[in-house]
Design a binder for this molecule. Structure first.
Ligand code: ADP
Ligand code: MG
Length: 702
């Protein structure tokens, strides 16, 4: 078997800092670094030198094209490819070229990207701008090799049309606010603080041939019909189970591609549902992590095809089995390497940590709806607040140790002890006793403290992790600033810190919940506590229009009111479009595949009944099935007509919130009403006669 040497192949497709140092003249390299550190623009002459080196390096890797990668509000990565070719010379020969201008700035004719009204179709101009803090790299695929440049995307008027621009702005904001707070604690050495982010990515793999027989998977990315298979995830035999060879081969290729692309692919395992898996890299700076997560998703899809499989990134491809999400692990780390979320061995004495924690608690409580919104996506509606975890209610799990410290603060204004983890006795001389963490985990919490980071578990599997990080960075920055302002005026600093921790712990206690977040009792309890429960994307999107949210983003320059309004509009529009596609797909499948198949089946049943009777036998069973099928067919046909009617009505609604609501409240219900009889039919109709692969075929035959 071919050997893989990780250090040897790692980042071989990336124009890393090391490569840059090696290839660029010293002065140019220095200037480049300085421009990043000081946040200054790169002059064109310097950019020209860098671009030329990048071109030579990329061509050495086989690149023929370059592309600015950007993340428009569609949620997926977009790119426009240009080759390095120049106009032919007099003798007919051509050269390759790549200028500093082409590196720094792109002008994709992006008038068809969603802009929420920020630009009309005739205003085609949009600009992509190189994010110098995320490295360029090459990708090898069927198109050959392409040099990819991570960028942010703006309208002609300078409004952010993507996820990257506000993300970078929010990173600046949280850095500045963190430093201000750290200075008050006497930290004079750190000069920057960056959010560190590690994204765990869940996905499904299905056989490509099977996939292609399902129009719903092709058009909607999820099954819109489908009766449950006899077996689901009830035995818990898939989670962490042995990885099937076909999937293992896929994972091997994914890892190698990711390592070459500089993504630190680290963990892989089977997930809860059959055919469901997870991959996680080691954390990185937020903007790099966001870019790399896009690379991970693209790579999963690309490599799956190479193995005759399809990778499903939808949040809920199959009803009745676990859906897919993304865990966004988030912490704050100084340029000196100090993690502000590290409690240390005696957390009750770590005042800086406790204040940081209290600020985060305050921020998450104050903006719970906004954090929930950052994970809103039509697919995620099937997870959050629906049949599975996590709930749509934001709460924080601190673990027994930190909750106890916060309780001490609430009770007495300070904390004197930290609960210790103790020892886990293995009870066997062959096994060493091990020391335990001070705190157990809670998988049901949407926002859980896990050792030295918070894990936000609501994010949809298909979504960019930019949104939740934009929100976390900005809301926590505001809480830090509030605290700094109070502390700067304090006469007795230590007493003021204690007072603030106690105040925040008291005021925002309601957001802390260590119990079972999946339980019905929690929904009632959360309501009593006054916590928002935004069950669907339309409800969640409304938060973007709330006055305090608009003011927050505006105050910090992360999103102007206009940019925010545009995002709100894009979300409504996106919701309506997605549900519309799903409704039309159901209509198409029911009309052209399912109903005709059932009609054929009733004919064969009727023929059988007649033939059996003619032979002088009792045909009660056959006639019974025929009656049952005919009844369900009737129900399905009526539901289909209703869905057609409401889908047509939806098109007539006023665009935006009104239309999205209509889709959510009316069309969605009609879809469920059609699915119910069809799924029952699938259970009685001869498998040979059913026009598409079953859940069993999809989930158990990879
Ligand atoms: P868990 O078991 O808590 O889910 P893992 O160690 O599997 O944790 O890590 C999950 C993800 O969190 C990984 O991407 C990991 O790199 C990332 N991570 C670990 N520590 C931090 C941290 N301090 N800040 C941000 N992300 C982190
Ligand atoms: Mg985790």
């Amino acid at each position: 078997m071919e050997k893989v040497n990780i250090p040897e192949i790692f980042a071989e497709d990336v124009f890393t800092d090391a490569v840059m140092q090696q290839r660029l003249p010293k002065s140019i390299y220095k200037q480049f670094k300085k421009s990043i550190e000081e946040g200054k623009d790169l002059d064109l002459a310097t950019a020209d030198v860098i671009a030329n080196e990048i071109r030579e390096w990329a061509i050495g890797k086989g690149a023929t094209h370059f592309a600015h990668l950007f993340q428009p509000l569609t949620g997926v990565t977009a790119e426009k490819q240009d080759s390095f070719i120049t106009a032919p010379k007099a003798d007919g020969s051509v050269l390759t070229a790549f200028s500093g201008k082409e590196l720094i700035k792109g002008e994709p004719d992006g008038s068809s990207f969603p802009s929420g009204g920020l630009r009309a179709t005739f205003e085609a101009r949009g600009y992509t701008v190189w994010d110098t803090t995320s490295p360029v790299f090459v990708r090898h695929d069927a198109a050959g090799t392409t040099l990819l440049i991570p960028t942010a995307f703006y309208s002609y008027n300078g409004e952010a049309l993507d996820q990257k621009a506000p993300l970078l702005r929010s990173m600046q904001v949280i850095s500045d606010s963190s430093i201000k707070l750290l200075r008050l604690f006497g930290n004079t050495s750190a000069s920057r603080v960056a959010p560190s982010v590690g994204a765990e990515q869940e996905y499904f793999l299905v056989d490509e041939e099977t996939f292609l027989k399902r129009k719903d998977l092709i058009y909607a990315g999820r099954t819109l019909f489908g009766a449950a298979a006899p077996k689901g995830q009830e035995l818990d035999d898939h989670y962490f189970g042995t990885i099937r060879q076909r999937v293992a081969g896929f994972m091997k290729d994914v890892n190698e591609e990711l390592w070459k692309a500089g993504v630190t692919s680290k963990t892989q395992h089977n997930e809860v549902a059959p055919a469901q898996h997870e991959i996680a890299p080691i954390y990185a700076n937020a903007n790099v992590a966001v870019d790399q997560n896009q690379v991970v998703m693209q790579t999963l899809k690309r490599i799956a095809c190479r193995h005759d499989m399809k990778c499903l990134l939808h949040e809920k491809p199959f009803a009745g089995v676990n859906g897919s999400g993304k865990h966004n692990n988030w912490s704050l780390v100084t340029d000196k390497g100090e993690n502000l979320l590290e409690p240390g061995s005696r957390p009750h004495e770590n005042k800086q940590f406790l204040l940081v924690l209290a600020c985060i608690i305050k921020a998450v409580d104050k903006y719970a709806g906004l954090l929930r919104e950052s994970a809103a996506d039509p697919g995620n509606d099937h997870r959050l607040g629906a049949n599975e975890a996590p709930p749509a209610i934001i709460s924080i799990f601190l673990g027994s140790q930190l909750e106890d410290i916060m309780d001490q603060y609430v009770a007495s204004g300070s904390a004197a002890t930290s609960i210790k983890g103790g020892v886990l006795a293995t009870g066997s001389s062959a096994l060493r006793d091990i020391s335990k963490d001070a705190t157990d985990r809670n998988r049901t919490s949407p926002f859980a403290f896990t050792g030295n980071k918070f894990e936000f578990r609501m994010v949809g599997s298909r979504d960019s992790i930019a949104s939740p990080n934009i929100v976390l960075n900005t809301i926590v920055a505001e809480a830090f600033d509030d605290a700094s302002e109070r502390l700067a005026q304090a006469e007795d600093f230590d007493a003021a810190v204690d007072a603030l921790i106690a105040e925040y712990a008291k005021e925002h206690k309601r957001i802390i919940f260590n119990g079972d977040g999946y339980s019905d009792e929690w929904v009632l309890e959360a309501e009593k506590r006054g916590l928002p429960n935004l069950k669907n994307m339309v409800d969640a999107t409304e938060v973007l229009g709330e006055a305090d949210v608009v003011a927050l983003f505006n105050k910090y320059g992360v999103l102007t009111p206009t940019e925010l309004k545009a995002r709100e509009e894009v979300k409504y529009e996106n919701y309506s479009k997605v549900i519309n596609i799903e409704a039309l797909t159901m209509i198409d499948m029911a009309t052209k595949q399912i109903i005709p198949a059932v009609i054929k089946y009733t004919k064969s049943l009727a023929d059988t009944v007649l033939a059996v009777k003619a032979a002088g036998c009792d045909a009660d069973v056959q006639a019974g099935i025929l009656a049952q099928v005919s009844d369900l067919l009737k129900e399905a046909k009526a539901a289909l007509s209703e869905l057609e009617k409401v889908a047509a009505e939806a098109a007539q609604q006023e665009e935006g919130k009104v239309q999205a609501r209509f889709f959510n409240e009316v069309v969605f219900k009609a879809m469920d009403a059609l699915r119910a009889p069809v799924d029952k039919l699938e259970m009685i109709v001869d498998k040979e006669a059913w026009p598409m692969p079953s859940y069993g075929d999809l989930l158990f035959e990879v």
